[in-house]
Write a protein that binds this ligand. Structure first.
Ligand code: HPA
Length: 269
């Protein structure tokens, strides 16, 4: 695995990046790829052209790495991410995070679409993730990669308090309403039953989704500060039938606010 991570990194550096060093890695969730169009592009590379990269199989995830400037900062954005439910291991899902770290990022920003279980939330809300509950296999299972981090990384601050404060300050300045809460990761791809939504609420989740937590665990293994943000696309157990297409539509309606917030944060990093 380590060899593959290093090979992919040097492939990108040698063939595409030369002296370009990304400072922030951004993972764009389902229906949230629009932020990538705001990047002043240095280069973009399809996943299919990157050795050892998994390929995205989900509609709404276009599958490329975009390098360039956003909010005055050098970034690398993943337009399209990988999910455990696609059949990848969580080690494969998080491979790009390892590569981004070796490319030089100092921060990881992650976004996703999720179902709200906190009854004070509404569809279209933006939730700053302040903690998570992981109910899918941990990506650090297996031999520890000591080059990246310790065997038992601690998880008392998976989401950087400093970045959360910055996000709250930016949201206030921009007059964007934000919630805060705990993201729960389940495997999917079936959406939750009403009983499962109640279970998630009972154990302390505010939102539920099928991504993000593996990437965050791997980032924290490497001591990268993480900022996580979620668009609440539906309210779990509300009696309305969930649909992936409707979730993508609501995600897109929040994208403008999400993009503004992230760009404003980057400007103040
Ligand atoms: N459950 C899981 N994942 C999701 C949901 C949901 O209700 N909405 C968007 N992603």
């Amino acid at each position: 695995m380590l060899e593959k991570i290093k090979n992919t990194t040097s492939f990108l550096q040698t063939n595409y990046l030369k002296d370009f060093t990304p400072k922030v890695g951004i993972i764009l969730g389902t229906g949230l790829g629009g932020l990538a169009t705001k990047i002043e592009k240095f280069v973009e590379i399809k996943y299919s052209e990157i050795p050892n990269f998994p390929q995205s199989t989900v509609a709404g995830h276009s599958g490329k790495l975009v390098f360039g400037k956003l909010g005055g900062v050098n970034v690398v954005a993943m337009q399209g991410r990988f999910h455990y439910y696609e059949g990848y291991t969580t080690q494969e899902v998080t491979f790009p995070v390892r590569v981004m770290k070796l490319l030089g990022i100092n921060y990881l920003f992650v976004s996703n679409a999720s179902g709200g279980v906190n009854q004070t939330f509404s569809a279209g809300d933006i939730m700053i993730i302040n903690d998570h509950i992981n109910l899918i296999p941990n990506p650090l299972i297996g031999k520890n990669m000591d080059e990246f981090g310790v065997r038992f990384p601690e998880m008392s601050e998976p989401y950087s308090h400093e970045l959360i404060s910055l996000a709250e300050k930016c949201a206030k300045e921009l007059n964007i309403d934000v919630k805060k809460g705990v993201y729960t990761a389940l495997s999917g791809p079936s959406l939750e039953t009403n009983a499962e939504y109640r279970f998630i609420r009972t154990i302390g989740g505010d939102a539920v989704g099928m991504s993000t937590v593996p990437e965050v665990i791997v980032a924290r293994h490497m001591q990268l500060p993480v900022f996580g943000i979620s668009v609440i696309t539906n309210i779990g157990g509300s009696g309305k039938k969930d649909s992936h297409e409707e979730n993508c539509r609501v995600g897109q309606s929040a994208e403008e606010r999400l993009s503004k917030l992230i760009i404003n944060m980057l400007e103040q990093l």
